[in-house]
Design a binder for this molecule. Structure first.
Ligand SMILES: [Fe+2]
Length: 365
């Protein structure tokens, strides 16, 4: 399975993962063949990309640190919470804690050496999926810091609600183009607004509230809203900052296509020590699968392969299935592990045209 852009090229592909609406109901089931009508309808709903079945490796599923139902429930709850917050209603802290506990249980139950997180989302549900992913990434970092259970719960809840202040800027959030400097300045207040909403709320720890306030602060003082520096930025907020920038880079925005995970990680590593906490970024890089299952790669000898899973050697050494020879002609698949002489040269959005033609003629014949 891999990510395909929703254009003419996607027609005829089979969906690798079910697509759900904002209420969690399935719109299109996994396995559905994409018609031009489906492609148009999905684009109208704000999807730019979908997971498609990989014709050359149909057995490879999207790997996500969360079960599909848990992710759907968490996303829905964040949506309901933010809608309630916009109406100045109380937050359903008990329900939020329940979903946070479920997320923590699922994360701790996994034996993966490198975590994969499903990064696709529609433009409309961006903030909700983003909140769930920031929660997941923060919890992974909390585990790396050996936080106790009570601390983990406060960390994960604060991460889930870190952008709650955005409810006050709904029209700017929905905007499909870049913001003017005035609008951007207004939007920056989502941090202080979120803090105000959370800091006196029953059942929410003050440190969790500070994640909303400080998640855009940067170690060198270049962040907002207060331009805090170094030790002024609390550990929870440093964690949220790493989780937030990484997920923002790997998600599609109306004005910017998603960055592949290995590129987003390179950017995060570049910012380690200057803007982001260096120790946290290193821990993060050791735990996140930058070549998740389904990623199509070229090898250093020009052969084409698809990533099938992760190994104990770390996120940069995934298991692969080599599909072509060095002239990029389809060959009997061979399983291998990246390392030694075998290196990843680059990541491809899709198989090269020559390979696609061979697949097409093979299925036609
Ligand atoms: Fe934010």
């Amino acid at each position: 399975m891999h990510v395909v852009i929703l254009d003419e090229q996607a027609v005829g592909r089979h969906l690798g993962r079910s697509i759900r609406d904002g209420r969690g109901h399935v719109l299109l089931r996994a396995g559905t063949r994409l018609t031009p009508t489906f492609v148009t309808a999905l684009r109208e709903r704000g999807y730019r990309t979908v997971y498609a079945v990989n014709e050359l490796a149909p057995d490879i599923a999207v790997d996500d640190a969360l079960r599909e139902e848990t992710r759907a429930r968490a996303t829905q709850l964040v949506r309901a919470t933010l809608e309630a917050a916009a109406g100045a209603g109380r937050l359903e802290v008990a329900a939020l804690r329940k979903v946070v506990d479920q997320i923590l249980t699922e994360l701790q139950g996994r034996s993966d050496t490198a975590f994969s997180v499903a990064t696709l989302r529609s433009v409309d549900e961006y903030t909700f999926v983003h909140s769930v992913n920031v929660c997941l990434y923060s919890a992974m970092l909390g585990t790396a810091l050996a936080y106790d259970h009570a601390t983990m719960r406060n960390l994960a809840l604060g991460a889930l609600l870190h952008d709650i202040g955005k409810v006050n800027y709904a029209d700017l959030v929905r905007r499909s183009g870049p913001l003017t400097p005035e609008e951007f300045a207004a939007m920056q207040q989502h941090t202080a607004d979120g803090y105000e909403m959370l800091r006196t709320h029953e059942g929410i720890d003050l440190l969790s509230a500070h994640m909303a306030y400080q998640h855009h602060e940067r170690l060198d003082g270049s962040g907002y809203p207060r331009g805090l520096k170094d030790k002024q930025i609390l550990p929870f907020a440093r964690i949220a900052a790493v989780a937030d920038v990484y997920d923002a880079m790997t998600g599609d925005r109306p004005y910017k296509a998603a960055m592949p995970p290995h590129e987003a990680m390179a950017v995060a590593l570049e910012q380690a020590g200057s803007k982001l906490d260096a120790y946290l970024v290193r821990q993060f890089a050791q735990r996140i699968a930058v070549y998740p299952a389904g990623t199509i790669v070229t090898l250093n000898d020009r052969r084409i392969a698809v990533v099938t899973g992760q190994t104990d050697l770390g996120p940069t050494c995934p298991r692969i299935r080599i599909l072509t020879d060095e002239a990029q002609r389809l060959a009997p698949p061979t399983e291998a592990t990246i390392g030694g002489k075998l290196a990843i040269h680059g990541v491809l959005k899709d198989y090269p045209a020559a390979v696609r033609r061979q697949v097409a003629s093979r299925t036609a014949g």
